[in-house]
Ligand binder design. Sequence first.
Ligand code: SIN
Length: 267
Amino acid sequence: MNAAQDLGWSVMPLGPALGARVDGLDLTTPLQDEEGDALDALLLEYLVLALPGQYVEPDQQVSLGRRFGEPLIHPYLEPIDGHPEILRVVKEADERATFGGEFWHADITFMNPPSSVSLLQALELPPLGGDTLFANQYTAFETLSTGMQEMLAPLEAIHLYPGKEETDPAAVAVHPVVRTHAGSGRRALFVNAAFTTRFVGMTEAESRSLLEFLFAHQTRNEFVTRVGWEPGQLTLWDNRAVLHYAMNDYDGHRRALQRVTTMERIR
Ligand code: SIN
């Protein structure tokens, strides 16, 4: 028996690439040590955890987030009232664009330290559509040729908040192109189409073709799992090892969620 089974949780993998649905845990009461350890272990193994029926209160979402890092107060986006660490992820019925735009990304990579984990809870969902896709960046790195892995390993890249200038220190960060996960020790590809603009020491034009290759490679179908939503579902993902993409396929319906993103603690 593993720890999750000992606790009576049921863990159902969502696909071969990553992800699991976990039933039987209750995040509305403080986690006991063994529950926290089991949750950490599942996130390390599956990278994305869909936890239906949680309906956590904002304070509970923030305090659960603290387990994974420091909850971020976003420098540019409006939080919900009374909770500066919680972002509204909303597309109204009459809107056409989704919250983050139609880009594969990890959250908040334009900051340093970058994010560790995001916790997104669904409040209101369209009758159909609005799933979130996740892509495994360990596999993305490990399936590159050794020649490409060796070339990428020493590189760093610029991550810039869209519409901002590199001269704005709040909007830009430099990160290794290959990020070693502090928990697993595994290496993941760490660039993304939303924020990565160029390699350090190269121009955008010089960086473009290699970045475009990596953006296409890192979201190949076989690295991806599609995660659906239920009201009250909390989904946790590890931004150190996955990218995500919110489907925009429910025009005419409201979709509302709330997100806490935590920043990696530097040890
Ligand atoms: C996000 O980019 O954090 C939002 C994901 C989603 O809306 O599914």
